[in-house]
Design a protein around this ligand. Structure first.
Ligand code: CDP
Ligand code: MG
Length: 711
């Protein structure tokens, strides 16, 4: 076989053989049974056409229905054609979602009959499951972007597939812009842009590349709307599922919700209802399975299990109900779904540059997304989609397409990465949809304040150091500066704890006990220090599972935090950053920590006014401390990690600080001349004059002492 010039017949002969050409081992029975299914995928029928286009073009766009085999088959087609391992290169396939990267890598490892992490691996932030043998790597788009910072021509790859391009994540958008330039310098590199929707014209134009459309094999889906708007979509979804289970013929159900908590809640409710009514014997067994990104991998795999069988051969059908975030919209295909329940919401990133707040907000989906969701019901037979909103609101209220994420994001990290990638002029970068100038300005301003860019907008040493950390700029700054406050070890821990989902578990029926357990870790300075306490206790207990269980802590998230901590530490060491920590009995121990946090997050400060109300200092948004906080009093000044918009404005993860620090640590930002009028400013003016008086006294005392010494 001649790399880059093979035929599908050659590949098929190898795949149908007795020995795995990549490992030399005989094929397993499992391999052969999966192979049979793969042969029926629409993508397989187009293998020759695909290869022809790849041979004749450097870049191509591929569009096909969800489930046609793009994600699982196309990378394998390229493996058999490129034979990248012979030239010490790899095929990369990007995914916007971590779950999809992991789950698909496992599936393709099975399809190729190899061990996950060997020939086929995945790489997501803080978790690299690859080896020197890896020739096919599924990875998040963010990880490929990070790699591009150290290897701008992406020399490790012979082909790069940008999958799920229709999702238009920030990372994919930037990769598209970069790769458009890279192809001129690397004429041996192949680029495949894959998308699920039919809005392919835009990609095709942008890349000036040929398009291959894989005809879908879908069945009609009948769509039902509710006649009246629903007050509570969660309750409505439970009702819809129970109704389907009681009244519809065999077939599994897929429900779209917005996040972990909702999903677990609904799973519990559905299971309770099913068990309750089973006594009447009128219904078949029902299995509700959650799917969201922070679910452990084994639990994620369960969505591919078969529905439970009926209790008796002629009894009502057993049914599987998968309750998922919009991961299941296009990223993961679950076979056997016949019914879709769509409440019409998803968590989406929104950014308001005026108040510099980026949040995940539950918001209505677009028409395009609603159509995708409905399509999930018609993969294997005609299906039904139950929309829990009215037809009128579908027509009148939903926007046509979801806006690209880059138009809804805080670009701080992005601008930092672009600078690292050597993009000098951000305005001239070839964005598919350029972000608003104001958003870009806000990002530059943020980086300038943090000292990552100088007055000319050039990268500083701080900026360069920050760009090595896979975390937001404020957090990177906090880590890098921590040695100045003698608390590097502690700050690394805090940064790691902030990079995992909340470690405190709070099961609905045990909330009181859970809160009591949590209170044992509470620290008077605030949540950052509480997180530190939790980590120390966890390590002190040798990461014991029973202890975690008793204390209502997630052992899994804590272990992840521990791993992330190691990675942040290595990053710091590789850059030879100074690391210093005071002893635990140092009287300044916790003050140091709070000061280091403030050094990174001084732009996120809340102030309590006379009316006992917090507002953010510069943007003057009225906020409340999130109920999950371990603080049991209201400090006058707090630094916060996150601004949460959920009908009400909350600040989450807060620590008490002293206002004097703001002037010491960030005099340029706390230049009162340019500060908006309001209670925070009035207070800060007083603080400043107090500081001046103290300073004068100190000087006077020093002079006196000097005179005395002279005498
Ligand atoms: O990327 P695309 O949506 O075009 O399809 P895919 O993810 O490559 O999936 C193709 C087929 O592989 C699906 O229809 C499933 O039948 C099968 N598959 C599976 O059985 N288990 C998985 N974990 C992933 C895919
Ligand atoms: Mg796919």
């Amino acid at each position: 076989m001649q790399p880059g010039n093979t035929t599908s017949a050659q590949a098929l002969a190898l795949e149908n053989g007795e020995y795995n050409p990549f490992t030399g081992k005989p094929y397993s029975a499992k391999y052969k049974s999966i192979l049979k299914k793969r042969r029926d995928l629409p993508m397989t029928q187009q293998r020759d056409e695909f290869l022809q286009l790849v041979h004749d073009n450097q870049t191509m766009v591929l569009v096909g229905e969800t489930g046609s085999g793009k994600t699982t088959q196309v990378p394998q087609f390229l493996l058999y054609d490129e034979l990248p391992h012979l030239k010490n290169k790899m095929v990369a396939c990007t995914q916007p979602r971590r779950v999809a990267a992991m789950s698909v890598a496992q599936r393709v490892a099975d399809e190729l009959d190899v061990q996950l992490g060997e020939e086929v691996g995945y790489s997501i932030r803080f978790d690299d499951c690859t080896s020197p043998n890896t020739m096919l790597k599924y990875m998040t788009d963010g990880m490929l972007l990070r790699e591009a910072m150290d290897d701008p021509l992406l020399n490790r790859y012979s082909a790069i597939i940008l999958d799920e391009a229709h999702e238009r994540t920030v990372a994919t958008d930037i990769l598209m812009g970069l790769l458009k330039g890279v192809v001129h310098q690397r004429t041996d590199l192949k680029i495949i842009v894959m998308s699920a929707t039919l809005d392919a014209g835009k990609f095709q134009q942008y890349f000036d590349a040929p398009l291959l459309t894989v005809p879908g094999r879908t069945f009609p889906v009948e769509v039902f709307y509710t006649p009246e708007p629903k007050a509570d979509y969660l309750d409505a979804a439970v009702e819809a599922v129970m109704d389907i289970h009681q009244n519809q013929p065999t077939g599994d159900v897929l429900v779209f919700l917005t996040g972990e908590e909702e999903i677990e809640d609904m799973c519990a409710k559905v299971m309770a209802r099913a068990e309750d009514q089973q006594w009447s014997g009128k219904m078949g067994p029902l299995l509700a399975l959650p799917l969201y990104s922070s679910l452990p991998p084994q639990a994620q795999q369960r969505i591919f299990d078969k529905a439970p069988p009926p209790r008796s051969p002629d009894g009502p059908p057993g049914r599987k109900v998968v309750i998922s975030t919009n991961i299941a919209e296009t990223s993961l295909t679950i076979d056997g779904i016949v019914y879709v329940v769509d409440p019409g919401f998803a968590k989406q990133k929104v950014f308001n540059p005026r108040v510099r707040v980026e949040s995940l907000l539950v918001s209505p989906i677009s028409k395009a997304a609603a159509k995708q969701r409905a399509g999930r019901a018609g993969r294997t037979q005609p299906g039904k989609c139950f929309r829990l909103y009215t037809e009128k609101s579908f027509e009148k209220e939903l926007q046509e397409q979801t806006h690209p994420e880059i138009l809804r994001s805080n670009l701080g990290s992005v601008v930092l990465q672009l600078k690292k990638l050597g993009v000098e002029n951000l305005v001239e970068f070839d964005f598919m949809d350029p972000p608003a100038p104001e958003t870009m300005m806000r990002a530059l301003e943020l980086l300038h304040y943090l000292g990552a860019l100088d007055d000319e907008g050039e990268f500083t040493d701080m900026g360069r150091a920050m760009s090595h950390f896979p975390v937001e700029p404020q957090m990177a700054k906090m880590i890098i500066d921590s040695h100045k406050f003698n608390c590097s070890e502690e700050i690394l821990t805090i940064a790691a704890m902030l990079s995992v989902p909340p470690v405190f578990l709070s099961p609905r029926e045990r909330r009181v006990a859970a809160n009591r357990a949590k209170a044992e870790f509470a620290h008077a300075q605030g949540d950052y220090c509480t997180l530190l306490n939790v980590y120390h206790a966890f390590k002190g207990q040798n990461e014991d599972a029973d202890w975690c269980w008793e204390m209502y802590l997630s052992q899994r998230h804590l272990k992840t935090a521990d791993r992330i901590r190691g990675q942040l530490l290595r990053t710091a060491q590789q850059q030879q950053l100074p690391l210093k920590s005071a002893a635990y009995d140092d009287p300044m121990y916790y003050t140091n920590i709070s000061r280091a946090i403030t050094a990174g997050y001084y732009m996120q400060v809340g102030h309590l006014d006379r009316k006992n109300q917090y507002s953010t200092v510069k943007d003057q948004q009225v906020v409340r401390i999130h109920p999950s906080s371990s603080l049991d009093y209201t400090p006058q000044w707090v630094v916060y990690n996150e601004f949460v918009l959920t009908g009400q404005n909350f600040i989450r993860t807060v620590n008490a600080i002293q206002p004097e620090w703001l002037f010491e640590l960030a005099p340029h930002y706390y230049d009162l001349e340019y500060f908006p009028e309001g209670s925070a400013k009035r207070e800060l003016v007083q603080v400043k004059s107090r500081m001046a008086v103290l300073e004068k006294e100190r000087e006077r005392a020093a002079k006196k002492a000097k005179k005395k010494a002279k005498k």
